[in-house]
Ligand binder design. Structure first.
Ligand code: SF4
Length: 483
């Protein structure tokens, strides 16, 4: 159509400022690590070296001080120390790459940097301080260490068979970085003053043999998430050997490698020896028609740097079918539509990482200040619709104990006053095989109590230790799995 002189131009969406969210393409940047006194002389070559990153990961407050110098207030270190001693469920472990993405634009003065650190979304989940936590409702009364009951569903040590066709294989219990909200806090990482960790007991070789035996004997399983911990901590030759044997099982059609290190330590995935190995495994997967992909865990756009994008592209170039992101929805980190869209558009548009899921933060101890209500998650799902390609619009999901992932709008019933949602499932796990009729059963999930109206908060103050109230129309069993 040609414009006719005198007609008003067809302006389409020039009124973009009136949209709830405005997309502006932004170039990725690597924050300059030399701004921190402890890294003032670190060269580009050192920064890109995975071994240098691992050797200089920050594991305690003294090492954090050595990097930041006196540019953080002593009160911040005291706040961090108090959290480590009394609340932290994960020990401190921050590769320089990850620490460098905190407060990237802060002015260098002590007060400015300290304020920026307190407010920073990456800091808030990777380096929690005591004052972040809710003083009254630090934990939900029904929070649990292994909140998804994964170890109850182990069919072999470390092999969780929860869904009919899918398993989770935990090859190890360590990561290159430890996230404060880790859902596997029961097993992953070092013990903290408040949490003595469970341990994998078997020798890794024996454990892997048993896992592979189970998969050979169980042809109904077609999808294997190879995880941990983080597979970046499995020496590549051992991971490649395991994947090679997994690929020999012709009923396995999807393999997903789980690694947050793509964002926390992209240097690992950029090592030539690792990429060459990925290329070999990808070639075998492609020849056998198996979908081999990598799943990562990025929660905020600040983590999406040029090195992260380079690592994702290198893995795709090496032959992986896809690189996908499974973030965690957390208050103070990313629980706004703008934060989610900034992140997803950077992942999708600048790093070739598919925005796939956001999980509601699980009900582990001391996590209430991060968790969102189901209602807020539903509103966020609505708010992010329409800005990304449909295939790249992430689903916000609730991982309901004993059920599995459910889209947040799939809730069966929801009491917003008490903050209890009820969920159903359409399959059985190993734990409920013996049920005569499990079809009418519902499973509860709980909103953080501080987000409830006054009547709900008051109820929990008085009944927090009771069995949860249940709608009789839905079930006669108040707590799924507790009989
Ligand atoms: S990388 Fe994953 S498994 Fe490791 S601490 Fe973070 S959330 Fe837990």
């Amino acid at each position: 159509m040609t414009a006719v002189e005198g007609d008003a131009p067809r302006t389409g969406f020039t009124a973009a400022a009136e949209q709830p969210y405005t997309y502006v393409r932004r170039e990725l940047t690597e924050p300059d690590w030399r701004r921190h006194p402890g890294w003032a002389t670190v060269t580009e070559a050192q920064w890109r070296d995975a071994q240098w990153q691992r050797a200089h990961s920050v594991k305690n407050i003294a090492q954090l001080r050595a990097v930041m110098g006196d540019r953080l207030d002593d009160a911040f270190y005291a706040d961090l120390d108090a959290d480590q001693r009394s609340k932290a469920t994960m020990s401190m472990l921050l590769p320089p790459q990850m620490l460098n993405t905190m407060a990237p634009h802060a002015a260098p003065g002590r007060q400015d940097l300290t304020e920026a650190f307190y407010a920073d979304p990456i800091r808030r989940y990777m380096l929690p301080v005591l004052s972040d936590r809710d003083p009254e409702w630090c934990s939900h009364p029904y929070a649990e260490r292994d909140s998804l009951h994964e170890s109850e569903m182990w069919v072999e040590e470390g092999l969780t068979h929860r869904y009919p066709t899918k398993v989770l294989a935990e090859l190890l219990s360590t990561c290159p970085q430890y996230c404060g909200h880790c859902t596997r806090m029961d097993l992953v990482g070092n013990s903290t003053p408040t949490v003595g960790k469970a341990r994998l007991a078997m020798h890794p070789v024996d454990r892997q043999d048993r896992m592979l035996d189970y998969l050979r004997a169980t042809p109904t399983v077609r999808d294997v998430v190879v995880s941990g911990g983080d597979v970046a901590n499995v020496p590549w030759p051992r991971l490649e050997a395991f994947l090679g044997r997994l690929l020999e099982i012709d009923t396995v059609r999807d393999i997903r490698l789980a690694t947050k290190a793509l964002a926390g330590l992209p240097q690992h995935w950029l090592q030539p020896a690792v990429l060459e190995g990925v290329q070999r495994v990808s070639g075998i997967a492609a020849a056998r028609g198996v979908n081999l992909a990598l799943h990562t865990h990025v929660n905020h756009v600040q983590s999406v740097t040029p090195l992260v994008a380079a690592a994702a592209r290198a893995l795709l170039d090496a032959g992986l079918r896809d690189v996908r992101n499974q973030g965690v929805l957390m208050r103070g980190v990313n629980a706004t539509a703008d934060d989610l869209l900034d992140l997803c558009l950077a992942l999708q548009g600048e790093a070739n990482i598919l925005p796939y899921y956001f999980y509601m933060c699980d009900m582990i101890p001391n996590a209430e200040h991060w968790r969102t209500s189901l209602w807020d998650a539903q509103q966020l799902q609505l708010a992010i619709m329409g800005y990304l390609p449909g295939y790249a619009t992430p689903r916000i999901v609730c991982d309901v104990p004993y059920v599995g992932k459910r889209w947040v709008h799939q809730v069966a019933q929801y009491d917003r006053t008490l903050g209890i949602s009820y969920w159903t499932k359409n399959y059985r796990t190993g734990l409920d095989q013996a049920e005569v009729d499990g079809s009418g059963r519902v499973y509860p999930f709980y909103d953080p109590i501080d987000t409830l109206p006054a009547a709900g908060r008051s109820w929990w103050r008085h009944h927090g230790d009771d069995d949860c109230p249940v709608d009789d129309d839905l079930t006669d069993r108040p707590r799924a799995g507790v009989q």
